[in-house]
Design a protein around this ligand. Sequence first.
Ligand SMILES: Cc1ncc(COP(=O)(O)O)c(C=O)c1O
Length: 384
Amino acid sequence: MLVYLDNSATTQPYKEVTQTVAECLAHNYGNPSSLHRMGIKAEKAVKAARKTIGDSLAVDENEIIFTSGGTESNNTAIFGAVNALKRKGNRIITSSIEHPAVLNVCKVLEEKGIDVKYLSVNDKGLIHINELEDYLNEETILISMMHVNNELGTIQPIEKIAQYKNKSEKLYFHVDGVQSYGKIDICPKSMGIDMLSFSAHKLHGPKGSGGLYLDHQIHIQPLIFGGQQEYQLRSGTENVPGIAGLGKAVELTFSDFHNRINKIREIKAYLIQGIKKEIKDIRINSYEDQRCAPHIANISFLGIRGEVLLHMLEQAEIYVSTGSACSTKKKSQSYVLKAAGLSGEEIEGAVRFSFSEFNDIEQMDYVLEHLKKNVKGIRKIMRK
Ligand SMILES: Cc1ncc(COP(=O)(O)O)c(C=O)c1O
């Protein structure tokens, strides 16, 4: 039995998405900028996806800019805001557990003289919001905050953060929604979000496709210059198959949304309860209530290396992760779990299980059986 529990890294595309992308590549290959019928057909596919995404967020479709994914959206939002506002101020506030697609942008900006402040987090990865008050000053031009942390699943208090933002006009609020879009309710207008990044491959869409919601009232500088596509904010011929695939993924995700999400939440709870019952010396690193996204559970198996367990599970065709996909190839410890103050042993033994609607209870029983056996086996070897 193949059990894919690495859905925070990427997801299996819906079969309808695969069909849409293939159909588009084969039959809708016109350039949306072309004036003839084939161009118009391609433009229509882009327009339809824009409308679907706009509707899913209750925003105007013209507030959606297509990009190559979450990384580009984060780069566009942060560099774009700083370049537009740099005469008004010099400070950015973010958190210490952002994805590298934010942290490495901040690093570049720091080298250019921007003053970046990083909010610390508690032992579950929740920001200390009171620090925001300390860091906000006249110079602050941008707050960039992830909605859901990719390693722990912790949901940050976006609406509360937005209230601080309202105190200043020249302050933009960017949210990295890559792990939250399609997993929890997001309404940028009522939540006070100015910019929201999202990515298709995290919600059963194709890789290399994503977008940025940009409120009409927010003006940023483009990152990519050329033919002035995407409201002059992201030049380059549109990735029509990728955009159509993203639109299809969003359409399916948001049909019967709450039932899909509740199913994922139940499957996750079932696995956590099973682990608690069957395996001792563990630490549940994620919140177990509504403060955690439905699809992520981070658990430490003390006395073992998560990486060893990962490879043992792989033998049984069970796929999990020890941290974010980008950081695991580098042999360093998770900076997210470090920032949450976990001990070396807890960090070493951490495994991230991330779920999707394609998982079921039968799979979880299979995972539990193999987890129990392998954790026991590894601990036995370690004791020798
Ligand atoms: C929170 C977060 N932001 C950004 C990204 C980058 O998205 P993409 O892979 O689409 O570039 C990821 C991907 O893991 C993520 O989890």
